[in-house]
Design a protein. Sequence first.
Length: 105
Amino acid sequence: MKKSIFVYLGVFLICIGTGSAFGASKKKKEAPVIHHPVIASVTATSITVTEEKTTKTLTINQFTEINVNGQRATVADLKPGMGVSVTLGADATKASRINATGAPK
């Protein structure tokens, strides 16, 4: 009989301890706003990329690999407003690879 009282008492205390954790209201976290890099402008020898409030101009040369929507492309295929991912070369001012996606916005 004494064991059953301790078992009931233990179960009761566990329920009280976990009840407040489950009953507490949870605030819904707002999803973070993600700013993807976008092509701001393009010339034959450079690309300007904007991400949130940062703008960076990078040099393009004949060795820069350019892809648009997964297909091999040229500088002429890059348009302002396209999403972009740029890989830098050994020199941080030169683009080694440019992957652009989507149609211009």
